[in-house]
Design a protein around this ligand. Structure first.
Ligand code: IMP
Length: 446
């Protein structure tokens, strides 16, 4: 059996979607364990493109069940929209889509609170996705949240009343005009409960039954390590745990049942929203990376801030996640550059740091210490094997491996499936993946 977690090693948008799509074929079940519809990636089915925010793209494979785990916050309206989008393409979600009855329900109230707070925060705003993610996790932690199981419970109204009592005064203070009424919330929740009933499951029991049947599980992370509530650039973080431990709590699985962790690392760095970003390029080169890498959010369409690869952050993520193998993505975006600087340490108050500091002011003041590698100035898109990459591109990959301390098992050189180099030995050893056949079908291997 081989259960694998796929995680982002930066601030999200590392290209996890493509890597997960590629790996899904070798797994029997896909589970999401944190976040909500703040995530998103575009999937292609036939000649149509559409964005999925909550449902794993594994649902596109006719036999693959997908579970939305207890660690998620789920906006039912957004979930129905995705289900309708899939139905319009004749993709039968049926009971393959399981929703943990312990997952929290993200209500319009949470969205209103998120937006009202951001609007009122001026310069101190986080730059959230405005989807209500933070307030929903806040309700969960403060123990007045509403869970999926409550949607079909006789105590629903009492739970909603308690929630509304907490947020109504704040929304009024913030001048929010359209505060949902208790009646509207109850009516909406009852209708959602009825519609979701066939999908609701005891997620822990379901997951463990799959594992006991010997099915291989892919745990799909959203966002990235530097957005982790505990370990990221707090307070400029999301409110969940997109690190490996989050998979255990967010799905209800023990560490010993995880056999490998694949960390997805972009060959440079991007971040959306506010917060420190030491290797950021606030200049034409940053603009160039944004345009060439098409760095605009799938969920919000916002332009992403871009910068050089930050190895201090990548090493930190490697430790947090116990990364066994790296998928290095978007290498081709660097193809034209004459030189490629990489951030190897931070200079803060005359000191050189090679670890990631907690203190937000230190991070804001930090200057990147850069090492410059020569560019390869050749087209890498669709290269078939590692050996066929330009020598300097190979050196860049080797340098990343060595400086992060983890082998690179996948190199992505374009958005399409076939634009991927799979190093089978690294995946076999690192992730204990014996069944590489389906992954290798249609991609290069070297
Ligand atoms: P929230 O998750 O909407 O609360 O947003 C908190 C921070 O996380 C903001 O900086 C967002 O831009 C960022 N964020 C949330 N989801 C993603 C993602 O999928 N990719 C990149 N950034 C994200």
């Amino acid at each position: 059996m081989s259960n694998t977690i796929v995680l982002g090693m930066q601030w999200g948008d590392e290209g996890k979607g493509k890597i997960v799509d590629l790996l899904t074929s070798a797994f029997d079940v896909v589970v999401r364990f944190q976040g909500g519809n703040n995530a998103g990636h575009t999937v292609k089915f036939g000649d149509r493109h559409f964005a999925l925010h909550l449902i794993p793209s594994g649902i596109l494979r006719p036999e693959t069940p997908c579970l939305l785990g207890n660690g998620m916050v789920i906006d039912p309206e957004s979930l129905f929209e995705e289900m309708e989008g899939l139905a319009a393409m004749d993709i039968d979600v049926g009971e393959r889509l399981r929703v943990s009855d312990r997952a929290h329900v993200l209500l319009p109230l949470h969205r209103a609170v998120d937006q009202a707070r951001e609007e009122a925060s001026g310069k101190a705003k986080i730059g959230t996705t405005s989807r209500g993610i933070g307030p929903c996790y806040e309700s969960k932690a403060a123990r007045f949240g509403v869970r999926m199981a409550d949607l079909v419970s006789p105590r629903l109204e009492a739970r909603l009343e308690r929630l509304l009592q907490r947020y109504e005064p704040e929304l009024r203070d913030l001048g929010w005009e359209e505060i949902p009424t208790l009646e509207s919330l109850v009516t909406a929740c009852r209708a959602w409960g009825e519609r979701l009933q066939p999908h609701l499951a005891d997620g822990v029991d379901q997951l463990h039954r799959w594992m006991e049947e010997g099915r291989d599980v892919l745990f799909e992370g959203a966002q990235g390590a530097l957005l982790d509530l505990d370990h990221g650039t707090y307070p400029f973080v999301t409110s969940s745990s997109p690190t490996a431990g989050g998979a255990c709590t967010g799905a209800g699985v023990a560490p010993r049942d995880i056999h490998g962790v694949l960390g997805v690392l972009k060959a440079y760095t991007s971040r959306v929203g506010m917060g420190p970003f030491v290797s950021e390029l606030d200049n034409d080169t940053g603009e160039y990376l944004r345009a060439r890498g098409n760095e605009f959010g799938t969920t919000t369409g916002r332009p992403r801030r871009c910068g050089w690869l930050d190895l201090v952050a990548a090493r930190y993520a490697r430790r947090l996640d116990g990364v066994d193998a790296i998928a290095l993505t978007k290498l081709d975006v660097l193809d034209t550059l004459e030189e490629i600087p990489v951030c190897v340490a931070y200079r803060v108050d005359g000191r050189t740091l090679d670890t990631f500091p907690a203190d937000i002011e230190s991070l804001e003041d930090a200057e990147p210490v850069l090492e410059t590698l020569p560019g390869w100035q050749a087209d890498t898109v669709g290269t078939l094997t590692f050996d066929q990459l330009p020598k300097r591109a190979q050196e860049y990959v080797n340098y990343v491996e060595q400086r992060v301390g983890t082998p690179v098992g996948i190199v992505s050189t374009g958005p399409r499936r076939e634009e991927t180099i799979v190093r089978r030995e690294v995946l076999r050893r690192g992730l204990h993946l014996e069944n590489l056949g389906p992954i290798l079908a249609g991609v290069a291997g070297g």
